[in-house]
Design a protein around this ligand. Sequence first.
Ligand code: HEM
Length: 360
Amino acid sequence: MNYLRYAPEIERPEPNEQATIDGIIQGMTQQSQTVEAREHHAVRASHAKSSACVTGELTIASGLPPELAQGLFAAPGTHPVAVRFAQGPGERLGDRVSTHRGMAIKVFGVAGEKLPGHDAETQDFVLATGTTFPSGTAAGFLRDGTVIGKATGLPEGVKSAVSSTMRNFNRVLHAFGTESAMADFYGHPFSHPLADIYFSQAPIRFGDYVAKLGAVPASASQRALAEWRLEPHQDEDGFRHAAVAYFREHEAVYELKAQLWADAERQPIEDASVNWPVAISPYRTVATIRLSRQDAYATARVRYFDEVMTFRPAHSLAAHRPLGSVMRARLQVYKALSDFRHGENRVVPANTGRIEHIPA
Ligand code: HEM
């Protein structure tokens, strides 16, 4: 297989990209203000409602072939990790609304040159369900984000109707003048958060190469949950309760996989809405994440994960620089929105550098 190499020129920013990013920051800040007024607390502008806050270990496979032994994965070994699982929206909705979810991973003890402004020995991978980011680009997100921004003001009952009755979907949306961008957003199956696969959706530099990442459930107990569905209306915090119940009894294991870039036409860097065909290059395992049995929602720890700790694509090795339009926007937007919410809540954010800083 002839994998394509990383070079700075593979990124092609739009001439007016900064204006788009400023627009996203402005739009998401307004949205956050709306949610803050309702919740009397500032929460993440995306992935606000956590379902599990856990720690564990990432073990880099030994004997990786040279094209996979890159960046963090260049040397076999074990690193502590912290993982925050959360529902998608930037507000803490009841779980009769099912949405895409996120898995934010912080790897500790990571030596090597970091991106400017990242001053901890860590590498974050901020993943979500779905292989693509449907908005595709920062400009696409600004357009669709406006739609979701409008939706933030809608009553929760409407979002719930959208989520549970996809047949009525267009009718509901048309009634509120919104578009199909909400389909993925509020239409995720009511699956178990620990049975889902999580993806980077957009590419990162992979040392000499480029890759998208995926975290695939790898234990028998997770696989046994493949058909599990939350009964909507059964429990407003059903996904959290399911995750906590799981971690009380079982460990969770993920294979972290890299899909190397091999075709510049059919695997574009700038448009994250394009699925990179696995027939061109498959996802290949580079590490295993093991999250042991634990209390996945301990009060002090959840407070730290939700209110203090920050997960960002910008918390990265230079060797894993996030790439493409969506990623360049994320490099700025997460900091801006975290500064906003931490400022509102009068909490000093932490770029947590050591696993010991996390409450037990
Ligand atoms: C233009 C595209 C995107 C924008 C503007 C955006 C914006 C944001 C913002 C503002 C936050 C909250 C940050 C904070 O307050 O600390 C956030 C969190 C998050 N985003 Fe995104 N996002 C984008 C794309 C993505 C993609 C492609 C993924 C995954 C594939 C993703 C997954 C997540 C997750 C998992 C979190 C929660 C992180 C945590 O637990 O702290 N986002 N996003």
